[in-house]
Design a protein around this ligand. Structure first.
Ligand code: DLL
Length: 435
């Protein structure tokens, strides 16, 4: 059995998990109180001292921290270890505001690799596998995380990084890649490119480990069918370590959180109240084993649901649903909440490829939403009236899903830019008019 399938940890009793979490939390709270000024100040403001935190039941007493706090403390404010103990930094893409920089000691890197190794093993990975990693390497955590996990499992690791699709496919064929790690949108693009070259029979992939962006079940089935694989979801964020905070098992019904390292809570984003299993809210993480950059009650802005239901894989760690969208991904159009994933579901259910762009604008003081969708090559030869019939069918289906009118424009195959990393699905022109 693989070393990184750790039943004594991954299938431990709930009592045992609780005990680990309580012991580690108590230590971590003392650690940040002693070493990080911001935590000490925040806890004092909330009237809490380390003595008040005796078990996981006391977690709710701690104040939340947010991305704004991380930006305010940039770069060293949240370090809980001397810089000389740190061996690595990783960073978010920083498209809005200041970048967030996360620090790692060697232990932190080892634990992170271990979490990714568990994800690879859960997807069936063994030392016989060729693990093809085309998440970006560098400051982004995707490449380094899965690379480290793949080494731990003992797979032959192909550190491809993103881009150069031609070379990706050539190596996939020549070196017999069996596990593919990349964003789901890039997996869809690779599948399309493999078909175009007629190479589908020469691909030996059996599993994919896809994450870093929202993707629907419909997209999962599509990729699985096209690449002849089982597609596993993986979740994580730079602030908490990177990929591997949680991962899917063969059940494909949610991602097991590595609870010996991270405590997950779901809260009401408006009131901060902790919600029970099954209720939708904002995901919050507390790092109980991290040394350099341990975040406590960090609000992720990802909306999801937790479940402690028994999993047939035997793992007992809590499962989180696919994030139903990020609270800041949610569009408000004409006062209605719209998640891009709802649009993707409609498109894929009607047989369109996952190549689309959502354009939101404001015309005469009223919001508009347009969805540009690529036709498949087979639809391309349709008559004009067939095309307008398709547009109407899509408009009606979107109206039923979203409750508002969205203009649909079918565009020629291959006209929407493909993504090699995280796909940019939405262009919100309303932001241009602000400030
Ligand atoms: O995306 C880490 C990662 C790399 C995860 C590779 C999985 C695979 P960030 O760039 O900091 O880190 O972005 C984190 O991406 O808060 C979610 O909103 C989103 N996200 C990550 N994984 C998933 C997923 C990496 N499986 C942000 N499904 C998170 C949906 C995801 N959204």
């Amino acid at each position: 059995m693989e070393r990184y399938y750790q039943p004594e940890i991954e299938c431990a009793s709930r009592e045992q998990i609780r005990q680990w979490q309580s012991e580690r939390l108590v230590k971590q709270v003392r650690n940040v109180w002693d070493h990080v000024a911001m935590y000490r100040e925040r806890m004092q403001e909330a009237g809490v001292t380390p003595e008040d935190i005796r078990s996981v039941d006391d977690l709710h007493k701690l104040p939340f921290i947010t991305k704004d706090d991380l930006r305010d403390q940039y770069p060293y404010g949240l370090l809980a270890r001397p810089l000389s103990d740190c061996v690595r930094i990783q960073s978010t893409s920083g498209t809005t505001g200041r970048r967030v920089v996360a620090f790692y000691t060697q232990n932190d890197v080892d634990l992170w690799d271990e979490c990714c190794a568990r994800a690879i093993v859960a997807a069936g990975g063994t030392r016989e596998d060729v693990c093809h990693v085309c998440y970006g390497y560098g400051l982004f955590t995707g490449g380094p995380g899965l690379n480290g996990g793949s080494h731990k499992v003992g797979c032959l690791t192909l550190p491809m990084s993103s881009g150069n699709t031609e070379r990706q496919i050539q190596f996939m064929v020549d070196l017999g890649s069996t596990i593919l790690c990349c964003t789901p949108s890039y997996a869809a693009y690779l599948a399309e490119s493999i078909y175009e070259r007629g190479l589908e029979k020469q691909i030996k992939l059996k599993a994919g480990i896809f994450g870093a962006e929202a993707w629907t079940q419909e997209m999962r089935r599509d990729i699985e069918k096209k690449l002849g694989i089982k597609a596993y979801d993986i979740y994580g964020l730079t602030e908490i370590s990177g990929p591997g905070v949680s991962f899917e098992c063969s059940e494909q019904t949610g991602m097991h959180v590595n609870e010996d390292h991270f405590i997950a809570e779901v809260i009401n984003p408006k009131t901060g109240e902790v919600l029970p299993d099954g209720e939708k809210g904002e995901l919050v993480f507390t790092c109980i084993t991290k040394e350099a950059f341990p975040l406590l009650r960090y609000r992720t802005r990802d909306i999801c649901v937790l479940s402690h239901e028994k999993c047939s894989c035997g793992r007992t760690h809590v499962k989180m649903s696919k994030p139903l969208g990020r609270s800041d991904d949610m569009l408000i159009v004409k006062g209605v909440n719209v998640f891009p994933s709802q649009i993707e579901t409609v498109l894929m259910n009607l047989g369109y490829p996952a190549n689309y762009q959502i354009i939101v604008d404001r015309v005469n003081n009223s919001d508009t939403i347009e969805v540009q969708v690529e036709m498949t090559p087979e639809m391309f030869s349709d008559s004009l009236s067939q095309v307008s019939g398709r547009e109407k069918e899509l408009t009606d289906a979107l109206k039923a899903m979203l409750g508002i009118y969205a203009k649909v424009k079918l565009v020629n195959p291959r006209t929407i830019t493909r993504s090699e990393g995280k796909a940019v699905r939405v262009i919100d022109k309303r932001n241009l008019y602000q400030g």
